[in-house]
Design a protein around this ligand. Structure first.
Ligand code: PFF
Length: 456
Protein backbone atom coordinates (compact mmCIF):
# COMPACT_ATOMS: atom_id res chain seq x y z
CA UNK A 1 0.00 0.00 0.00
CA UNK A 2 1.16 3.53 -0.71
CA UNK A 3 2.19 5.66 2.24
CA UNK A 4 -0.06 8.54 3.26
CA UNK A 5 0.17 11.06 0.47
CA UNK A 6 -0.10 14.81 0.38
CA UNK A 7 -3.08 16.51 -1.27
CA UNK A 8 -3.45 19.99 -2.66
CA UNK A 9 -4.86 22.10 0.13
CA UNK A 10 -7.61 23.79 -1.87
CA UNK A 11 -9.36 23.87 -5.22
CA UNK A 12 -7.51 27.10 -6.05
CA UNK A 13 -4.15 25.51 -5.23
CA UNK A 14 -4.89 22.50 -7.46
CA UNK A 15 -5.85 24.71 -10.39
CA UNK A 16 -2.77 26.92 -9.95
CA UNK A 17 -0.50 23.86 -9.86
CA UNK A 18 -2.09 22.31 -12.94
CA UNK A 19 -2.18 25.62 -14.79
CA UNK A 20 1.45 26.12 -13.73
CA UNK A 21 2.34 22.80 -15.33
CA UNK A 22 0.48 23.76 -18.49
CA UNK A 23 1.77 27.31 -18.76
CA UNK A 24 5.41 27.15 -19.71
CA UNK A 25 7.95 27.59 -22.44
CA UNK A 26 5.32 26.03 -24.70
CA UNK A 27 3.17 29.13 -24.37
CA UNK A 28 5.73 31.84 -24.33
CA UNK A 29 8.62 30.45 -26.37
CA UNK A 30 7.01 27.92 -28.71
CA UNK A 31 3.48 29.27 -29.30
CA UNK A 32 4.38 32.69 -30.75
CA UNK A 33 6.94 31.31 -33.18
CA UNK A 34 4.83 28.39 -34.40
CA UNK A 35 1.95 30.82 -34.92
CA UNK A 36 4.39 32.99 -36.85
CA UNK A 37 5.56 30.06 -38.97
CA UNK A 38 2.04 28.84 -39.69
CA UNK A 39 0.22 31.90 -40.86
CA UNK A 40 -1.15 33.54 -37.71
CA UNK A 41 -4.88 33.63 -36.92
CA UNK A 42 -5.95 30.56 -38.94
CA UNK A 43 -3.51 28.47 -36.94
CA UNK A 44 -4.96 29.87 -33.72
CA UNK A 45 -8.48 28.83 -34.79
CA UNK A 46 -7.36 25.20 -35.25
CA UNK A 47 -5.49 25.41 -31.97
CA UNK A 48 -8.63 26.55 -30.17
CA UNK A 49 -10.70 23.74 -31.71
CA UNK A 50 -8.15 21.12 -30.70
CA UNK A 51 -7.98 22.54 -27.21
CA UNK A 52 -11.73 22.25 -26.71
CA UNK A 53 -12.55 18.99 -28.49
CA UNK A 54 -9.37 17.01 -27.89
CA UNK A 55 -7.37 18.46 -25.05
CA UNK A 56 -10.17 18.86 -22.55
CA UNK A 57 -11.28 15.19 -22.91
CA UNK A 58 -7.66 14.00 -22.60
CA UNK A 59 -7.07 16.24 -19.62
CA UNK A 60 -10.22 14.94 -17.93
CA UNK A 61 -9.28 11.32 -18.66
CA UNK A 62 -5.85 11.70 -17.10
CA UNK A 63 -7.00 13.67 -14.09
CA UNK A 64 -9.86 11.23 -13.54
CA UNK A 65 -7.51 8.23 -13.38
CA UNK A 66 -5.31 10.06 -10.88
CA UNK A 67 -8.16 11.27 -8.71
CA UNK A 68 -9.86 7.86 -8.69
CA UNK A 69 -6.77 5.94 -7.60
CA UNK A 70 -4.87 8.64 -5.67
CA UNK A 71 -1.78 7.00 -7.11
CA UNK A 72 0.91 7.99 -9.59
CA UNK A 73 0.95 6.70 -13.17
CA UNK A 74 2.20 3.12 -12.86
CA UNK A 75 0.30 2.30 -9.67
CA UNK A 76 -2.87 3.95 -10.99
CA UNK A 77 -2.97 1.80 -14.13
CA UNK A 78 -2.14 -1.32 -12.14
CA UNK A 79 -4.90 -0.53 -9.64
CA UNK A 80 -7.54 0.01 -12.31
CA UNK A 81 -6.49 -2.84 -14.60
CA UNK A 82 -4.66 -5.33 -12.36
CA UNK A 83 -2.29 -7.71 -14.08
CA UNK A 84 -2.87 -6.10 -17.47
CA UNK A 85 -0.46 -4.52 -19.93
CA UNK A 86 -1.93 -1.11 -19.15
CA UNK A 87 0.58 -0.67 -16.38
CA UNK A 88 3.27 -0.27 -19.05
CA UNK A 89 1.50 2.88 -20.15
CA UNK A 90 1.98 4.03 -16.57
CA UNK A 91 5.61 3.06 -16.77
CA UNK A 92 6.12 4.83 -20.09
CA UNK A 93 4.63 8.00 -18.73
CA UNK A 94 7.08 7.95 -15.84
CA UNK A 95 9.89 8.31 -18.37
CA UNK A 96 8.41 10.66 -20.95
CA UNK A 97 8.29 13.75 -18.70
CA UNK A 98 11.81 13.01 -17.49
CA UNK A 99 13.08 13.01 -21.06
CA UNK A 100 11.21 16.24 -21.72
CA UNK A 101 12.72 17.73 -18.58
CA UNK A 102 16.24 16.98 -19.78
CA UNK A 103 15.98 19.24 -22.82
CA UNK A 104 13.47 21.64 -21.29
CA UNK A 105 15.99 22.38 -18.56
CA UNK A 106 18.54 23.34 -21.20
CA UNK A 107 16.16 26.02 -22.56
CA UNK A 108 15.28 26.93 -18.94
CA UNK A 109 19.02 27.47 -18.43
CA UNK A 110 19.25 29.73 -21.50
CA UNK A 111 16.39 31.76 -20.02
CA UNK A 112 18.28 32.15 -16.76
CA UNK A 113 21.32 33.42 -18.65
CA UNK A 114 19.16 35.88 -20.58
CA UNK A 115 17.53 37.04 -17.36
CA UNK A 116 20.99 37.88 -16.05
CA UNK A 117 21.78 39.74 -19.26
CA UNK A 118 18.52 41.67 -18.94
CA UNK A 119 19.29 42.48 -15.30
CA UNK A 120 22.55 44.02 -16.40
CA UNK A 121 20.63 46.09 -18.99
CA UNK A 122 22.58 44.50 -21.86
CA UNK A 123 19.72 44.86 -24.33
CA UNK A 124 19.16 48.57 -24.05
CA UNK A 125 22.27 49.95 -25.65
CA UNK A 126 21.67 51.69 -28.97
CA UNK A 127 24.45 49.81 -30.78
CA UNK A 128 22.89 46.35 -30.33
CA UNK A 129 22.27 44.77 -33.75
CA UNK A 130 20.16 41.82 -34.83
CA UNK A 131 23.26 40.11 -36.29
CA UNK A 132 25.20 40.77 -33.09
CA UNK A 133 22.42 39.25 -30.97
CA UNK A 134 22.13 36.20 -33.23
CA UNK A 135 25.88 35.71 -33.07
CA UNK A 136 25.77 36.08 -29.26
CA UNK A 137 22.98 33.55 -28.96
CA UNK A 138 24.66 30.97 -31.23
CA UNK A 139 27.98 31.59 -29.49
CA UNK A 140 26.38 31.08 -26.08
CA UNK A 141 24.43 27.89 -26.84
CA UNK A 142 27.33 26.31 -28.69
CA UNK A 143 29.82 26.97 -25.92
CA UNK A 144 30.52 24.21 -23.40
CA UNK A 145 30.51 25.51 -19.86
CA UNK A 146 28.06 28.39 -19.59
CA UNK A 147 24.95 26.52 -20.84
CA UNK A 148 25.93 23.53 -18.68
CA UNK A 149 26.21 25.76 -15.67
CA UNK A 150 22.76 27.30 -16.22
CA UNK A 151 21.20 23.91 -16.96
CA UNK A 152 22.57 22.69 -13.62
CA UNK A 153 21.24 25.73 -11.76
CA UNK A 154 17.82 25.29 -13.36
CA UNK A 155 17.70 21.61 -12.37
CA UNK A 156 18.80 22.45 -8.82
CA UNK A 157 15.95 24.95 -8.41
CA UNK A 158 13.51 22.20 -9.41
CA UNK A 159 14.96 19.78 -6.92
CA UNK A 160 14.87 22.42 -4.22
CA UNK A 161 11.16 23.20 -4.75
CA UNK A 162 10.23 19.51 -4.82
CA UNK A 163 12.18 18.73 -1.66
CA UNK A 164 9.62 20.81 0.20
CA UNK A 165 6.87 18.38 -0.84
CA UNK A 166 3.55 18.72 -2.62
CA UNK A 167 1.95 21.18 -0.21
CA UNK A 168 5.03 22.99 1.05
CA UNK A 169 6.83 23.05 -2.31
CA UNK A 170 4.70 22.69 -5.44
CA UNK A 171 1.58 24.26 -3.96
CA UNK A 172 3.30 27.20 -2.29
CA UNK A 173 5.45 27.91 -5.33
CA UNK A 174 2.71 27.72 -7.96
CA UNK A 175 0.12 29.59 -5.87
CA UNK A 176 2.36 32.63 -6.06
CA UNK A 177 4.06 32.24 -9.42
CA UNK A 178 1.12 31.23 -11.64
CA UNK A 179 -0.97 34.37 -10.90
CA UNK A 180 2.23 36.44 -11.06
CA UNK A 181 2.90 35.12 -14.56
CA UNK A 182 -0.42 36.53 -15.71
CA UNK A 183 0.32 39.94 -14.25
CA UNK A 184 3.76 40.03 -15.86
CA UNK A 185 2.63 38.92 -19.30
CA UNK A 186 -0.24 41.43 -19.28
CA UNK A 187 2.26 44.22 -18.51
CA UNK A 188 4.38 43.16 -21.48
CA UNK A 189 1.30 42.91 -23.69
CA UNK A 190 0.18 46.42 -22.76
CA UNK A 191 3.63 47.78 -23.56
CA UNK A 192 3.93 45.86 -26.80
CA UNK A 193 0.49 46.87 -28.05
CA UNK A 194 1.20 50.52 -27.36
CA UNK A 195 4.22 50.58 -29.68
CA UNK A 196 3.86 52.48 -32.96
CA UNK A 197 3.15 49.99 -35.76
CA UNK A 198 1.82 47.32 -33.37
CA UNK A 199 -1.55 47.26 -35.19
CA UNK A 200 -0.20 45.02 -37.97
CA UNK A 201 0.76 42.41 -35.39
CA UNK A 202 -2.65 42.58 -33.77
CA UNK A 203 -4.49 42.02 -37.04
CA UNK A 204 -2.06 39.21 -37.92
CA UNK A 205 -3.34 37.42 -34.83
CA UNK A 206 -6.99 38.29 -35.36
CA UNK A 207 -7.68 37.92 -39.08
CA UNK A 208 -7.58 34.28 -40.15
CA UNK A 209 -6.42 33.45 -43.66
CA UNK A 210 -7.37 29.80 -44.10
CA UNK A 211 -5.55 29.52 -47.41
CA UNK A 212 -2.33 29.58 -45.37
CA UNK A 213 -3.28 26.40 -43.52
CA UNK A 214 -1.49 23.25 -44.70
CA UNK A 215 -2.07 19.73 -43.32
CA UNK A 216 1.24 20.12 -41.56
CA UNK A 217 0.15 23.33 -39.84
CA UNK A 218 -3.06 21.62 -38.67
CA UNK A 219 -0.94 18.87 -37.13
CA UNK A 220 1.39 21.42 -35.57
CA UNK A 221 -1.57 23.23 -34.03
CA UNK A 222 -2.79 20.03 -32.43
CA UNK A 223 0.68 19.01 -31.29
CA UNK A 224 1.18 22.45 -29.82
CA UNK A 225 -2.11 22.17 -27.92
CA UNK A 226 -1.06 18.78 -26.42
CA UNK A 227 2.35 20.08 -25.46
CA UNK A 228 0.89 23.21 -23.97
CA UNK A 229 -1.53 21.35 -21.72
CA UNK A 230 1.15 18.81 -20.64
CA UNK A 231 -1.00 15.95 -21.94
CA UNK A 232 -0.28 12.28 -22.44
CA UNK A 233 2.77 12.17 -20.19
CA UNK A 234 1.25 11.46 -16.80
CA UNK A 235 1.83 14.91 -15.25
CA UNK A 236 -1.85 15.71 -15.16
CA UNK A 237 -2.56 12.21 -13.86
CA UNK A 238 -0.05 12.70 -11.05
CA UNK A 239 -1.40 16.13 -10.12
CA UNK A 240 -4.90 14.62 -10.39
CA UNK A 241 -3.86 12.11 -7.77
CA UNK A 242 -3.24 15.01 -5.39
CA UNK A 243 -6.81 16.25 -5.84
CA UNK A 244 -9.10 15.69 -2.90
CA UNK A 245 -11.76 13.04 -3.48
CA UNK A 246 -14.53 15.64 -3.48
CA UNK A 247 -12.83 17.87 -6.10
CA UNK A 248 -14.78 18.90 -9.13
CA UNK A 249 -12.91 17.56 -12.18
CA UNK A 250 -14.92 19.54 -14.69
CA UNK A 251 -14.17 22.95 -13.22
CA UNK A 252 -10.56 21.98 -12.59
CA UNK A 253 -10.15 20.85 -16.19
CA UNK A 254 -11.98 23.79 -17.72
CA UNK A 255 -10.22 26.41 -15.62
CA UNK A 256 -6.79 24.93 -16.26
CA UNK A 257 -7.39 24.74 -20.00
CA UNK A 258 -8.83 28.23 -20.07
CA UNK A 259 -5.89 29.70 -18.16
CA UNK A 260 -3.46 27.96 -20.47
CA UNK A 261 -5.27 29.14 -23.58
CA UNK A 262 -5.55 32.70 -22.33
CA UNK A 263 -1.91 32.73 -21.39
CA UNK A 264 -0.85 31.52 -24.84
CA UNK A 265 -3.02 34.15 -26.50
CA UNK A 266 -1.80 36.95 -24.23
CA UNK A 267 1.78 35.83 -24.91
CA UNK A 268 1.01 36.01 -28.63
CA UNK A 269 -0.33 39.53 -28.20
CA UNK A 270 2.67 40.43 -26.07
CA UNK A 271 5.14 39.29 -28.72
CA UNK A 272 3.67 39.69 -32.22
CA UNK A 273 2.79 43.41 -32.05
CA UNK A 274 6.36 44.12 -30.92
CA UNK A 275 7.71 41.93 -33.72
CA UNK A 276 5.64 43.80 -36.31
CA UNK A 277 6.40 47.18 -34.73
CA UNK A 278 10.08 46.47 -35.22
CA UNK A 279 9.49 45.31 -38.81
CA UNK A 280 10.76 41.80 -38.15
CA UNK A 281 9.76 38.52 -39.83
CA UNK A 282 7.12 36.80 -37.60
CA UNK A 283 8.30 33.31 -38.60
CA UNK A 284 11.75 33.86 -37.08
CA UNK A 285 11.65 30.40 -35.45
CA UNK A 286 12.89 29.10 -32.10
CA UNK A 287 15.35 31.97 -31.71
CA UNK A 288 12.45 34.46 -31.59
CA UNK A 289 12.55 35.16 -27.88
CA UNK A 290 16.34 35.02 -27.51
CA UNK A 291 17.50 36.76 -30.67
CA UNK A 292 14.64 38.82 -31.98
CA UNK A 293 13.01 40.11 -28.83
CA UNK A 294 16.20 41.46 -27.24
CA UNK A 295 16.70 43.35 -30.51
CA UNK A 296 13.20 44.77 -30.19
CA UNK A 297 13.93 45.76 -26.59
CA UNK A 298 17.08 47.53 -27.73
CA UNK A 299 15.32 49.29 -30.57
CA UNK A 300 12.52 50.51 -28.39
CA UNK A 301 15.13 51.52 -25.87
CA UNK A 302 16.54 54.27 -28.07
CA UNK A 303 14.12 56.72 -26.51
CA UNK A 304 13.47 55.16 -23.12
CA UNK A 305 16.24 52.74 -22.20
CA UNK A 306 15.09 52.32 -18.60
CA UNK A 307 11.52 51.39 -19.54
CA UNK A 308 12.55 48.88 -22.15
CA UNK A 309 15.28 47.55 -19.87
CA UNK A 310 12.68 46.90 -17.21
CA UNK A 311 10.35 45.29 -19.75
CA UNK A 312 13.18 42.98 -20.80
CA UNK A 313 13.72 42.01 -17.16
CA UNK A 314 9.99 41.34 -16.65
CA UNK A 315 9.94 39.34 -19.85
CA UNK A 316 12.77 37.01 -18.88
CA UNK A 317 11.50 36.64 -15.30
CA UNK A 318 8.20 35.51 -16.83
CA UNK A 319 9.97 32.94 -18.99
CA UNK A 320 12.03 31.56 -16.12
CA UNK A 321 9.01 31.18 -13.82
CA UNK A 322 6.82 29.77 -16.59
CA UNK A 323 9.52 27.19 -17.30
CA UNK A 324 9.90 26.31 -13.62
CA UNK A 325 6.21 25.78 -12.89
CA UNK A 326 6.16 23.26 -15.76
CA UNK A 327 9.45 21.54 -15.10
CA UNK A 328 8.60 20.78 -11.47
CA UNK A 329 5.53 18.88 -12.68
CA UNK A 330 7.73 16.76 -14.96
CA UNK A 331 10.11 15.85 -12.16
CA UNK A 332 7.24 15.26 -9.73
CA UNK A 333 5.75 12.59 -12.02
CA UNK A 334 8.86 10.44 -11.61
CA UNK A 335 9.25 11.29 -7.93
CA UNK A 336 5.66 10.24 -7.22
CA UNK A 337 6.33 6.92 -8.94
CA UNK A 338 9.44 6.16 -6.88
CA UNK A 339 7.73 7.23 -3.65
CA UNK A 340 4.43 5.38 -4.30
CA UNK A 341 5.75 2.24 -5.93
CA UNK A 342 9.28 1.83 -4.72
CA UNK A 343 8.64 3.37 -1.32
CA UNK A 344 11.72 5.55 -1.55
CA UNK A 345 12.08 8.59 0.66
CA UNK A 346 11.22 11.75 -1.27
CA UNK A 347 14.76 13.13 -0.98
CA UNK A 348 16.30 9.96 -2.35
CA UNK A 349 13.80 9.82 -5.22
CA UNK A 350 14.59 13.42 -6.13
CA UNK A 351 18.34 12.81 -5.95
CA UNK A 352 18.13 9.78 -8.28
CA UNK A 353 15.95 11.48 -10.88
CA UNK A 354 17.86 14.73 -10.65
CA UNK A 355 21.06 12.88 -11.51
CA UNK A 356 19.51 11.01 -14.45
CA UNK A 357 17.80 14.05 -15.95
CA UNK A 358 20.79 16.24 -15.37
CA UNK A 359 23.06 13.75 -17.17
CA UNK A 360 20.75 13.43 -20.19
CA UNK A 361 20.40 17.22 -20.11
CA UNK A 362 24.19 17.53 -20.35
CA UNK A 363 24.08 15.59 -23.63
CA UNK A 364 21.20 17.80 -24.85
CA UNK A 365 23.17 20.89 -23.88
CA UNK A 366 26.31 19.77 -25.65
CA UNK A 367 24.38 18.92 -28.80
CA UNK A 368 24.55 22.60 -29.74
CA UNK A 369 28.33 22.62 -29.39
CA UNK A 370 30.92 19.85 -28.96
CA UNK A 371 28.36 17.11 -29.70
CA UNK A 372 26.67 18.82 -32.63
CA UNK A 373 27.89 16.08 -34.96
CA UNK A 374 26.71 13.20 -32.80
CA UNK A 375 23.49 12.16 -34.53
CA UNK A 376 21.04 9.39 -33.73
CA UNK A 377 18.51 8.75 -36.52
CA UNK A 378 19.86 11.91 -38.11
CA UNK A 379 19.03 14.04 -35.06
CA UNK A 380 21.12 15.60 -32.32
CA UNK A 381 20.40 14.36 -28.78
CA UNK A 382 18.42 17.55 -28.07
CA UNK A 383 16.30 17.20 -31.21
CA UNK A 384 15.83 13.50 -30.65
CA UNK A 385 14.48 14.06 -27.11
CA UNK A 386 12.24 16.88 -28.37
CA UNK A 387 10.84 15.10 -31.45
CA UNK A 388 10.46 11.73 -29.78
CA UNK A 389 8.44 13.18 -26.91
CA UNK A 390 6.50 16.07 -28.48
CA UNK A 391 5.67 14.35 -31.78
CA UNK A 392 5.36 10.77 -30.70
CA UNK A 393 5.16 9.87 -27.02
CA UNK A 394 2.75 12.64 -26.01
CA UNK A 395 0.29 11.74 -28.76
CA UNK A 396 0.65 8.04 -28.04
CA UNK A 397 0.10 8.56 -24.30
CA UNK A 398 -2.93 10.80 -24.94
CA UNK A 399 -4.45 8.18 -27.22
CA UNK A 400 -4.01 5.42 -24.66
CA UNK A 401 -5.37 7.47 -21.76
CA UNK A 402 -8.60 8.24 -23.62
CA UNK A 403 -8.91 4.61 -24.77
CA UNK A 404 -8.41 3.48 -21.20
CA UNK A 405 -11.11 5.70 -19.74
CA UNK A 406 -13.49 5.29 -22.67
CA UNK A 407 -13.14 1.57 -23.29
CA UNK A 408 -11.44 -0.11 -20.38
CA UNK A 409 -13.01 1.59 -17.35
CA UNK A 410 -16.64 0.93 -16.53
CA UNK A 411 -18.87 3.78 -17.63
CA UNK A 412 -20.49 3.82 -14.18
CA UNK A 413 -17.07 4.31 -12.52
CA UNK A 414 -16.22 7.12 -14.89
CA UNK A 415 -19.58 8.74 -14.15
CA UNK A 416 -19.08 8.30 -10.45
CA UNK A 417 -15.67 9.92 -10.43
CA UNK A 418 -16.63 12.70 -12.81
CA UNK A 419 -19.79 13.69 -10.97
CA UNK A 420 -18.70 12.72 -7.44
CA UNK A 421 -21.41 10.11 -7.20
CA UNK A 422 -23.97 12.24 -9.03
CA UNK A 423 -23.66 15.16 -6.61
CA UNK A 424 -22.21 17.73 -9.06
CA UNK A 425 -25.15 19.05 -11.05
CA UNK A 426 -23.34 20.57 -14.02
CA UNK A 427 -21.07 17.56 -14.35
CA UNK A 428 -24.11 15.28 -14.41
CA UNK A 429 -25.64 17.40 -17.19
CA UNK A 430 -22.59 17.42 -19.45
CA UNK A 431 -21.41 13.89 -18.70
CA UNK A 432 -22.98 12.34 -21.82
CA UNK A 433 -21.24 14.82 -24.11
CA UNK A 434 -17.88 14.60 -22.35
CA UNK A 435 -18.02 10.80 -22.36
CA UNK A 436 -18.77 10.81 -26.08
CA UNK A 437 -15.72 13.03 -26.67
CA UNK A 438 -13.54 10.75 -24.55
CA UNK A 439 -14.79 7.49 -26.02
CA UNK A 440 -15.13 8.32 -29.71
CA UNK A 441 -14.00 11.76 -30.85
CA UNK A 442 -10.66 12.03 -29.08
CA UNK A 443 -9.31 8.51 -29.85
CA UNK A 444 -10.28 8.69 -33.54
CA UNK A 445 -8.80 12.14 -34.11
CA UNK A 446 -5.69 11.45 -32.05
CA UNK A 447 -5.28 8.09 -33.81
CA UNK A 448 -5.33 9.88 -37.17
CA UNK A 449 -2.81 12.46 -35.94
CA UNK A 450 -0.60 9.72 -34.59
CA UNK A 451 -0.54 7.72 -37.81
CA UNK A 452 -0.08 10.84 -39.92
CA UNK A 453 2.84 11.94 -37.75
CA UNK A 454 4.44 8.54 -38.19
CA UNK A 455 4.20 8.58 -41.96
CA UNK A 456 5.03 12.25 -42.51
N1 PFF B 1 3.02 22.43 -20.84
C1 PFF B 1 4.39 22.80 -20.77
C2 PFF B 1 4.62 24.04 -21.62
O1 PFF B 1 3.70 24.49 -22.31
O2 PFF B 1 5.73 24.52 -21.61
C3 PFF B 1 5.29 21.72 -21.23
C4 PFF B 1 5.12 20.41 -20.56
C5 PFF B 1 4.96 20.33 -19.17
C6 PFF B 1 5.15 19.29 -21.33
C7 PFF B 1 4.84 19.10 -18.57
C8 PFF B 1 5.02 18.07 -20.73
C9 PFF B 1 4.88 17.99 -19.38
F1 PFF B 1 4.79 16.83 -18.83
Amino acid sequence: MAAKRDNFGSHFAAIMAMAGSAIGLGNIWRFPYVVGQNGGAAFIVVYLFSAVFLCIPIFLSEALIGKRTQLSTFGAMEALAPGRKWKWLGFLTVFTPLIILSYYSVVGGWSLEYLLKALSFSFTSADVTQEGLSADFSGFISSTWAPLFFHTVFMLINAFVLMAGVKGGIEKFTKITTPLLFVLVVVIMAYSMSLPGAGAGISYLLKPDFTKLTPYSVLSAMGQAFFSLSLGVGCILTYGSYLKKDSDLLTTGLSTSLFDLCFALIAGFAIMPAVFAAGIEPGAGPGLIFETLPFIFSKMGAGMPVVSGIIAIIFFITIVFAALTSSISMLETGVAYLVDQKHLARGKAIAILFTGCWALGVLCCLSFGPMADVKILGLTVFDLCDKMTANFLMTFGSLLFTLFVGWRMKKSDVYDEFTNGGSLRTSVKVFGFVYFLIKFVAPVVIGVIFITTLVM
